[in-house]
Design a protein around this ligand. Structure first.
Ligand code: PAF
Length: 282
């Protein structure tokens, strides 16, 4: 671990600083506005790696035309304080022009896995994610990288990309951190008004209802989807976008829950869209 945290903006600055850091380097990619969930990834990287790098970049290419890029919450000063206190060695804060210089026309896209769920609701989203994560891997040359289970499909897609493109990076997926009432931590929670914030526990309640049914022996996937749907419909402020009970690896919808499965959902509360998931089975 270095004495003080190095801040880099250009790719050149990042590469020079990175070259001085000891391996293994653990990378935590973020879009900033950090909360305890992000910090748990940093802590894990700190515990497992000689050096820790963090990127703060609100990646424009993963936002759809009607999504919240301009209003995405930002707090660079606060983020840097938290990262320094967490013992991070190197932070890269590139501008969009550095990551996507004029004439940029090369994309990394995972097929298949990106079709259902978030991919179906947010066309182009995962192409933006995989392109930026591939660029971050090239820029930082990390031995390990840390992502949250909260974005379950993103985690599956990044694991697939890393395997398919032979990136020598070990991917660790860390558990979702939750508020006391079960709401999964997310930078987007800040958009919720008090009524919506209260209603937002419906995601956790719906997932918990399905998990309780699974734990009591229910193996019919449609019954679990119905339970989640009914719980969401019982909350007047919530609007369901999808519920899913899918195979953990392929993300294909299941008929019967056998091995590891992913219960997941997207729900809107007013203008805010939240996602959450539970993993069930062995
Ligand atoms: O999960 C996120 O915050 C983003 O999708 C990521 C991985 C930093 C890529 O922009």
């Amino acid at each position: 671990m270095s004495e003080s945290m190095i801040l880099a903006t250009t790719l050149e600055e990042l590469r020079q600083a990175r070259a001085l850091l000891e391996n293994p380097l653990g990378l935590v990619p973020t879009m900033g506005y950090l909360h305890r969930g992000h910090l748990s990834l940093v802590e894990r990287a700190r515990a497992e790696c000689a050096s820790v790098g963090v990127s703060i970049f609100v990646n424009p290419t993963q936002f759809g035309p009607k999504e919240d890029l301009t209003n995405y919450p930002r707090n660079l000063e606060g983020d840097l304080k938290l990262l320094e206190a967490a013992g991070v060695d190197l932070v890269w804060m590139p501008t969009p022009e550095i990551v996507y210089p004029p004439g940029f026309q090369t994309w990394v896209a995972v097929e298949g896995l990106t079709s259902p769920l978030e991919g179906a609701m947010r066309p182009g989203h995962f192409r933006g994610v995989t392109t930026v994560v591939a660029k971050l891997f090239n820029a930082f040359q990390p031995q390990k990288a840390y992502f949250g289970q909260k974005d379950a499909q993103q985690a599956a897609v990044i694991r697939r990309m890393t395997r398919d493109l032979d990136f020598p990076v070990d991917i660790t997926i860390c558990p979702t951190l939750r508020e006391a009432d079960g709401l999964a931590m997310s930078s987007r929670n800040t958009y919720l008004n008090p009524q919506e914030r209260q209603a937002a526990t419906v995601l956790f309640r719906a997932l918990s209802a399905a998990k309780a049914a699974y734990d009591s022996g229910e193996r019919d996937a449609e019954s679990l989807r119905v339970l989640m749907r009914e719980t969401i419909e019982s909350e007047p402020f919530a609007k369901m976008q999808y519920v899913s009970c899918a195979d953990y690896d392929t993300l294909e919808e299941l008929q019967t829950v056998g091995d590891k499965a992913l219960l997941s959902m997207a729900v809107t509360l007013g203008k805010t869209r939240l996602i959450d998931n539970f993993v069930i089975g062995d």
